[in-house]
Design a protein around this ligand. Structure first.
Ligand SMILES: NC(=O)c1ccc[n+]([C@@H]2O[C@H](COP(=O)([O-])OP(=O)(O)OC[C@H]3O[C@@H](n4cnc5c(N)ncnc54)[C@H](OP(=O)(O)O)[C@@H]3O)[C@@H](O)[C@H]2O)c1
Length: 252
């Protein structure tokens, strides 16, 4: 059983389905866990309450990660309240459904909101966390992208492009932050029982389930388990691992 005793993790977007599961998983491995939310305070509170009920320690921080100054303030709060940082999980993201052929619907404002939230913020969070993550060596960043960042698909061209950028940011940061910090990425396909997945048209979700060679797509527990595996490894950096039940289109 992985043991993160003495370690501190920051999970962005832990008011959401996957972030909440990841935070609980890391806490179950004995990490103290700071979680961020932007608007869904009750859901973030539930994550922290569940961690406390299981005997762990959580901290809730409100963060709109489109705001660079708020990211700096968030990291100062982590340092002041938790005293250290070993693991950053860049999970938070924003999307809106815009069919790829509807180019006119993808306005500059939507493009900027998606890219600022999903790509610029993970960079700024990594930058703000660098000093803390490097302090003891053995730091980890795990970015959450999407299978839509590997093949053109998902909710919009902006989202798909933001996740492709996040996959490459993973490689760039793995070089930039070595040797003290390992940087990896999990790219989920459809994740069952999430609100993001429930917003997909039925035909798209059914298509994903049908194509998965393992006969099932991913679940929150699969994503959380892969993150735990990355943060307990000492020999992997710069990798993006697709967790989607084995889609032929994402096997490359
Ligand atoms: N679910 C899937 O099928 C699926 C598939 C592929 C990839 N992913 C990726 O997995 C990750 C988690 O997805 P999910 O399904 O758990 O999504 P979710 O339930 O919609 O959660 C998204 C999280 O991001 C936060 N967030 C949104 N805008 C933000 C901003 N401007 N600043 C800070 N936080 C912000 C939300 O905060 P509030 O709750 O406070 O609004 C929420 O905590 C995302 O990176 C997503 O792209 C998900």
């Amino acid at each position: 059983m992985a043991d993160l005793s003495g370690k501190v993790a920051l999970v962005t977007g832990a008011s959401g389905d996957i972030g909440g599961g990841v935070a609980r998983k890391l806490a179950a491995a004995n990490a103290r866990v700071a979680v961020t939310y932007v608007g869904a305070r009750d859901a973030a509170q539930k994550t922290v309450d569940d961690i406390a009920a299981a005997g762990g320690q959580g901290l809730m921080i409100q963060l709109d990660q489109r705001d660079p100054l708020a990211i700096e303030a968030c990291m100062e709060t982590v340092a002041a309240e938790m005293g250290r940082l070993d693991i950053l999980v860049n999970n938070a993201a924003w999307n809106i459904g815009i069919p790829f052929p509807d180019l006119d619907a993808l306005t500059p404002e939507i493009w900027d909101r998606v890219l600022e939230t999903n790509l610029r913020a993970p960079f700024l969070l990594a930058r703000a966390a660098a000093k803390l993550l490097k302090a003891d060596g053995g730091g980890h960043i795990v970015n959450i992208s999407s299978a839509g960042g590997i093949s053109p698909g998902s909710s919009s061209i902006a989202y798909s492009s933001s996740k492709a950028g996040l996959n490459h940011l993973t490689r760039c940061l793995a070089v930039a932050m070595a040797p003290e910090v390992a940087v990896n990425c999990v790219a989920p396909g459809l994740v069952e029982d999430t609100r993001m997945a429930s917003r997909l048209p039925d035909a798209v979700a059914e298509g994903a389930r049908r194509q998965a060679v393992l006969g099932r797509v991913g679940q929150v527990e699969d994503i959380a388990g892969q993150i735990l595996s990355f943060v307990t490894s000492t020999s992997i950096s710069g990798q993006t691992l697709v967790v989607d039940g084995g889609m032929p289109g994402a096997m490359r």
